[in-house]
Design a protein around this ligand. Structure first.
Ligand code: PGA
Length: 253
């Protein structure tokens, strides 16, 4: 079973468009449900209407307040997300980190989500790669801070997404190669194994994200060793997302 997460970012513009997109993705997901769990992550404002139309799709949010106090202007709490039908939530996305989210704030968000039994999708990734591999310590810090004091039994309720910042969005230089993806999946599992043990590490769900398209998607799952994908731009195009899902389903079955 692979996990396919659609990150709609700050789109679509209207609730009507969000419902239409949800219905189209539901039809895609129905055809691939034997092999793929599909999660759609709309902006906060569309969460309720998307949840109402999600049927067998899972709904995710794109962030959560790091605290529970009401005096938190502009944020949405984990319990509000739960009430809106949210099962997953992206945290630590590089676009949120670029707005000032630190590793400590990401950790607070992750804790708030776990308290409400929402599955965090923890995004980690380096800005650049240096030839000495020092960038690996960025990933290690991101994971170690987020998992501080998290008991071993809780790890199965956490997803990690490797998203190199240089591969994300319209300013991406390129997507990762399957080899780069595979090395990072192994590296992330090694970090978990060192913090906990190999058994729990090998059971973790590790996604790849960054310029995933219907053309390159399946190779991340086969050669890249990813347990699924976090898809941005292409997830707003049902035709391309449908082809992507079908190709993943074919290589998984
Ligand atoms: P992209 O975005 O697929 O548009 O590169 C991925 C992401 O930001 O999660």
């Amino acid at each position: 079973m692979k996990l396919l997460v659609a990150n709609w970012k700050m789109a679509p513009e209207t609730a009507i468009q969000a419902v239409a997109l949800t219905k189209k993705i539901h039809a895609i997901a129905r055809a691939t449900k034997k092999n793929i769990t599909t999660v759609i992550c709309p902006p906060f404002i569309h969460l309720q209407v998307v949840s109402k139309n999600a049927r067998t799709l899972f709904v995710g949010a794109q962030g959560v307040a790091p605290v529970t106090t009401i005096a938190t202007t502009g944020m949405v709490s984990a319990s509000m997300l739960k009430g809106a039908g949210v099962t997953y939530c992206i945290v630590g996305h590089s676009e949120s980190r670029a707005r000032g989210e630190t590793n400590d704030l990401v950790k607070e968000q992750l804790d708030r989500l776990l308290e409400k039994k929402i599955i965090p999708i923890l995004c980690v990734g380096e800005h650049d790669r240096d030839p000495h591999g020092w960038y690996l310590s960025t990933i290690k810090d991101q994971i170690e801070t987020a998992l501080l004091n998290i008991p071993k039994a809780t790890l199965k309720r956490i997803v990690i997404a490797y998203e190199p910042v240089w591969a994300i969005g319209e300013h991406a230089t390129r997507e990762a190669t399957p080899v780069e993806c595979n090395e990072m999946v192994i590296f992330i599992k090694k970090i978990i194994a060192d913090l906990y043990d190999e058994k729990v590490a090998s059971g973790m769900t590790i996604l790849y994200g960054g310029s995933v398209t219907e053309i390159n998607a399946s190779v991340f799952v086969t050669d890249g060793g990813a347990d699924g994908l976090l898809v941005g731009r292409v997830s707003l195009d049902p035709k391309r997302f449908g082809t992507l899902a079908q190709r993943i389903a074919t290589v998984v079955s």
